[in-house]
Design a protein around this ligand. Structure first.
Ligand code: ZN
Length: 581
């Protein structure tokens, strides 16, 4: 048997085991893969192992109920078994916090999968790590084969990603099937059952590339504001030079208009746009308008989701945005959801397409306490307070989301027009607006909660990238915009830091002159500043020292981004604004 044939067999087995490929579709899927690789037959010895040949019992044949939204009667129905496995494997009170993805789904329990009839049996392999490694191996070999056979023009990562997404598309259910399954679980079980199914699908389909996410460096950094999450993002691969050159020469297309547009669903991609044939979107109606729900392919935190307008319209923070946030939280009470601000510098990377980000995770900011409360006339029924956080956050809490929205409208309206020269807050310069808000909504017990983070994007000659933005001193670690995710306490740091920190540690241990090194000179001031705090820094503790100090830099980044400083003068100025509400 040829290698490619056994790889096809292994991939289809993976599809059956993960529930992507119903057993009735096995032969069909094999044939689609043969066609993709330009093969005319599945040769001698390539047969699927017993039980995976697509032959199902009369009872199992009745899979039509999978399509009409009713509960499946087939006890072997894969997604249902996955759901059960997850329910057993997760403690619903501790939704994955502090645990890796694999632990979260598999701790104490074994996952169930294809070929198992009783709930006590284990599946082949050991959890998501094995699943990810297995899929990466199969797809790698298939891409090698495709390149040898001339099915891929170049052997770089951009071309291989386009092709392996096409491979995975052969295993995917149609969008309507995914939507029906999601709605069925939502209605007959729970919102959480529906998102669990969809999150699993988004990973099994390789839309979320588990094996790349696993490369990200992550740690927790304790600070006076709580435990910040630090990530060095390594899952976005460096593009190969040939692909960069080809992209430069490629025609600029307006389809899809951006990475968030719904037209990405099923799109084959091109040299300057990722393939999304394995991508599926769940439509949601929020505040009466049509939006889409999906996960981020880069999952910075557990179940990192994106909720986006079906229209390609710009970000806007207004009354309707607050209503939409709460409407989403009511439909998915186990998720928080927030929006980036709607101005450059303090907004996210995509301002041109209206979207939110949410997920199943509690950030340090959500855990941070209210340090002083205040009441607003006419809204005495809404609890309001200032959060102990490096940025300037007003927290509203109460049982009635409409009342919270009413007060949020008032605060937004006041803040947009608010100027306090003494605190260097200017609503406008030359008619250009500077004040906006980053809002985050969540359910807190029986109550609703809304955090309003005050933002201002003014620039000066001294701070050309932004006064309330990481200052130049911190750019050696973080120079990029402070968007929603970082506001909440998760640093997404650039990939360059992995290599720089490795070299920095080696240089520090050998006593080399950091300023003499082109790559490390920019970190020299920082090291000279923190080193005296420690009696010694040697091979036994340098890793933890660097991790801790990067965390403290991120804390300063957030303090720089805070409009009101954590000083008596800064907090007095914050109170002046609160009194104006
Ligand atoms: Zn768009």
């Amino acid at each position: 048997m040829e290698r490619i044939e056994s790889d096809i067999r292994e991939l289809v087995e993976y599809g059956v085991r993960t529930g992507l490929v119903p057993r009735e579709d096995v032969v069909f899927t094999v044939n689609r893969l043969l066609e993709l690789f330009g093969l005319e037959e599945f040769g001698e010895g390539s047969e699927l192992p017993e039980g995976m040949d697509g032959v199902v019992s009369a009872e199992g044949m009745d899979s039509g109920d999978n399509m009409d939204g009713k509960a499946s009667r087939d006890p072997e129905e894969s997604t249902e078994r996955q759901m059960n496995a997850r329910k057993e494997g997760c403690n619903p009170d501790e939704p994955g916090e502090g645990m890796c993805e694999e632990e979260r789904h598999c701790s104490g329990e074994r996952r169930h999968s294809f070929g198992e009839r009783t709930s006590g049996e284990t599946r082949q392999g050991s959890g998501e790590g094995a699943l990810a490694a297995e899929l990466e191996g199969i797809l790698n070999r298939m891409c090698d084969y495709a390149y040898e056979k001339g099915l891929i023009a170049e052997n770089g990562v951009v071309y291989r990603d386009l092709f392996d997404t096409k491979i995975m598309s052969m295993l995917m259910p149609r969008p309507s099937e995914v939507i029906r399954r999601f709605r069925q679980l939502y209605e007959t079980e729970s919102p959480r059952a529906a998102t669990d199914y969809y999150y699993r699908l988004s990973q099994d389909s390789d839309y979320i590339r588990r094996y790349r996410i696993a490369r990200d460096m992550k740690w927790i950094a304790p600070t006076k504001y709580g435990d910040l999450d630090i990530t060095i993002n390594l899952s976005k691969p460096e593009k190969d030079p040939k692909a960069i050159a080809a992209a430069r020469n490629a025609r600029q297309s307006g389809y899809p208009k951006c990475l968030l547009c719904r037209e990405n669903e099923g799109y084959a991609g091109r040299i300057n746009h990722p393939a999304r044939q394995n991508h599926r979107i769940i439509p949601v109606t929020i505040n009466g308008s049509q939006w889409g729900f999906q996960y981020s392919p880069y999952v910075y935190y557990n179940e990192h989701c994106i909720v986006f307008n079906f229209q390609h319209v710009p970000m806007k923070i207004d009354h309707a945005a607050f209503c939409k946030l709460f409407d989403f939280v009511k439909q998915f009470p186990h998720y928080f959801v927030g929006s980036n601000a709607d101005l450059p510098i303090v907004g996210g990377s995509i301002l041109s397409h209206d979207h939110f980000q949410g997920g199943h995770y509690e950030f340090a900011m959500a855990k941070a306490p209210v340090e002083r409360t205040f009441a607003v006339e006419g809204f005495e029924d809404v609890s309001a307070g200032v959060v102990k956080w490096p940025m300037s956050v007003i927290r509203l809490n109460g049982p009635d989301s409409d009342r919270i929205i009413g007060l949020a409208d008032r605060i937004l309206e006041k803040w947009r027009e608010y100027t306090d020269e003494g605190a260097f807050v200017y609503a406008y310069t030359d008619n250009e607006p500077h004040n906006t808000i980053t809002p985050i909504a969540r359910k807190r017990g029986e109550n609703f909660e809304l955090d309003l983070v005050l933002r201002n994007n003014i620039t000066t000659e001294e701070h050309p990238l932004g006064v309330y933005h990481p200052h130049a001193k911190l750019h050696h670690i973080k120079k990029e915009n402070i968007g929603l995710i970082e506001v909440m306490g998760l640093a997404v740091l650039p990939a360059r830091l992995k290599e720089e920190m490795a070299q920095l540690k080696a240089a520090m241990l050998s006593g080399a002159d950091l300023r003499a090194d082109e790559l490390l000179a920019k970190h020299a001031d920082w090291v000279e500043e923190f080193a005296p705090k420690y009696d010694k820094i040697d091979a036994s503790d340098i890793d933890s020292v660097i991790e801790k100090e990067i965390g403290l830099v991120f804390m300063e980044v957030l303090e720089d981004a805070g409009v009101y400083k954590r000083t008596p003068e800064g907090q007095a100025a914050f109170d002046r604004f609160i009194q104006s509400i």
